[in-house]
Design a protein around this ligand. Structure first.
Ligand code: GDP
Length: 197
């Protein structure tokens, strides 16, 4: 898929105020600093569509972008930032669970994980929650350029092992780098194929 237009639509903390259009919607979520903004900018060929965060955990909003006037890309707040207070975490949980349970337009959630890190409890728990709530999701391994090919394979194998403790099979996954553009075509083709169905 070629991205011919990518525009910011609205930011808000209330799922009821998200755009009313019944366009297919794809959400991107992950721990703060995982590389989500960089990935969104890479996918949409824009330098600053999603704000890369100097201060992780700051953007606590649901951000809608419309792509090719056909589908929404949704940038969700980064989770698991240590400096956020417990009460802020609770608000965050509510807000995210309400987005995922109420947003009927949502087609797929992309859960971003840093390919350098071991499987993190918070990510696995979040995936389990998505699974329990029948929300389709895929995994995006980010920052692949930071690892050698061998090390990357080891990391992915570890991740698979962890996931297979809970699921019968590994969900669809993508290996990406916002620096090199790795994974861009695959990810966009995946979305395009679903949109065509
Ligand atoms: P966010 O908080 O998840 O939106 O993360 P950002 O996109 O702001 O990225 C966090 C940091 O990781 C920044 O310093 C980025 O430059 C860096 N980064 C993000 N993606 C990549 C990548 O694919 N490769 C490399 N080498 N660095 C990356």
């Amino acid at each position: 898929m070629k991205i011919s237009s990518a525009e910011f639509v609205i930011s808000n903390s209330d799922v009821a105020k998200c755009p009313k259009e019944k366009l297919p919607e794809y959400a991107f979520i992950g721990r703060s600093n995982v590389g989500k903004s960089s990935l969104i900018n890479m996918l949409t060929n824009r330098k600053n569509l999603a704000k890369t965060s100097g201060r992780p955990g700051k953007t606590q909003l649901i951000n809608h972008f419309i792509i090719n006037k056909k589908w929404f890309l949704v940038d969700l707040p980064g989770y698991g930032y240590a400096r956020v207070s417990k009460s802020a975490k609770k608000v965050f949980q509510k807000f995210i669970t309400s987005y995922f349970s109420k947003r009927t337009q949502l087609v797929n959630a992309f859960v971003l994980v840093d390919s350098r890190h071991e499987p993190q409890k918070i990510d696995v728990e979040f995936m389990l929650w998505l699974g329990e709530n029948q929300i389709p999701f895929s995994i995006i391994f980010t920052k692949a350029d930071k690892l050698s090919k061998n090390k990357l394979e080891v990391q992915i194998a570890e991740y698979k092992k962890k996931i297979l403790e809970y699921w019968e099979e590994m969900p669809i996954y993508f290996i990406t780098s916002s620096s090199s553009g790795q994974g861009k075509e695959e990810l966009l083709a995946y979305i395009d194929n679903i949109n065509k169905q």
